[in-house]
Design a protein around this ligand. Structure first.
Ligand code: KG4
Ligand code: ZN
Length: 347
């Protein structure tokens, strides 16, 4: 079969998503519809994602997302050739909701079921958007993950290093919470940082001098907390300028650490002598323009091309799961009713 129309489902964190993609022959895969329904409003009062609430919301919204995706794509359910679903890693209740929904659809339609690793979905996004060749270097930076990967194939990844504690998105979210800025923290901290002085506070750059590509972000969060408390006890509160300066100084530290470790990862990657050296970034934090700009310059000075998916494909979505599903389908992967939801699933 040359052409494939695939339905993808994603429900591993706090976004419920469904997408329909079609690939004709070996041509580029086309996104016919990509529906994402967030849950920020449901979790806002709790200052973070509540797994039980997330799982219930996924169970409620999956059907609607599938229906919307089919409607928008103009594809009938009977024309779907395969179902791809995030089978982990993630919050188990949400992943289970997606896997159950996918099993039901695959069994009902009599089409193949393909379990996809959420991280592989992020890592392969750049092949969906830019048809880049293997092997490429990937920096995956999201709310739950931070790692450097050499991507050699749809099921062939080498992990060069990653965070030993918090993910950078988590650090952005915590920073926002400590400063009373809205969630998700990334965009609000980035916005505040634009009017702030990145040099006012000197925040730590953890593991900077340690060899390898591992990173750490939890100390940064603690340093920010101390700086905030010092200001509050001195002045009785925070001014808007204080907030902006704290955000700018925090972001500068993240930019620095990611840039330095990326330079290290590039050295290991170039040992593979790739024909077209390329760094791709993915995950929600890749939406940050200061981080992107610095990574671009690190790449430029090392002779690498740089690519980042458009914002809507950086954050969680089902188009990336459907695309990874196409690659896995073509590689012969077929799952059955025993497909398990996996809370942990390293690449
Ligand atoms: O990839 P994603 O949608 O979800 C997973 O974690 O899998 O990433 C969400 C994370 C959140 O922590 C959010 O604060 C962060 O990405 N984020 C950003 C920006 N936009 C989203 N972090 C920094 N700057 C941004 N502009
Ligand atoms: Zn993600």
């Amino acid at each position: 079969q040359d052409n494939i129309t695939i339905l993808g489902l994603e429900s591993s964190c706090d976004d419920t998503a469904a997408a329909v993609l079609r690939q004709t022959g070996d041509g580029p895969a086309e996104i016919l519809a990509s529906i994402v329904k967030g849950q920020n409003d449901l979790h806002a009062a709790f200052g973070g994602v509540v797994p039980e609430i997330a799982a219930r919301a996924h169970a409620e919204k999956l059907d609607i997302c599938v229906e919307d995706a089919l409607k928008e794509s103009g594809i009938a359910l009977s024309d779907i050739d395969a179902i791809a679903v995030t089978a982990g890693p993630g919050l188990i209740g949400g992943v289970m909701s997606g896997v159950m929904c996918a099993k039901g659809l695959a069994a009902g339609l009599g089409v193949p079921l393909i379990g996809v690793n959420h991280l592989a979905g992020h890592a392969l996004t750049t092949r969906l958007t830019d048809q880049v060749a293997y092997p490429y270097l990937m920096l995956l930076v999201s709310g739950g993950h931070c790692q450097f990967l050499i991507v050699r194939g749809s099921d062939d990844f080498t992990r060069l290093g990653g965070t030993i504690d918090d993910a950078p998105g988590e650090a952005f979210d915590k920073t926002a919470r400590l400063l009373g800025l809205p969630q998700p923290g990334g965009p609000s901290v980035e916005k505040a940082a634009k009017s702030g002085d990145p040099k006012r506070f000197t925040f730590p750059r953890p593991l900077m001098d340690r060899p390898g590509c591992d990173l750490s972000f939890s100390g940064l969060k603690t340093a920010l907390l101390r700086a905030r408390d010092a200001l509050v006890s001195e002045q009785g509160g925070l001014s808007e300028q204080d907030r902006n300066d704290l955000c700018a100084s925090f972001q500068a530290a993240v930019v620095d650490v990611l840039g330095k470790k990326t330079a290290r990862a590039i050295v290991s990657y170039l040992e593979e002598a790739p024909a077209v050296p390329l760094l791709a970034v993915a995950g929600g934090v890749a939406a940050n323009s200061a981080i992107r700009a610095n990574l671009e310059s690190v790449c430029a000075s090392n002779g690498l091309a740089f690519t980042a998916p458009p914002l809507s494909l950086c954050t969680d979505n089902a188009a990336m799961i459907a695309y990874a599903g196409i690659e896995r389908y073509k590689a012969g992967q077929r799952d059955d009713m025993r497909l398990a939801a996996r809370p942990r699933w390293p690449l």
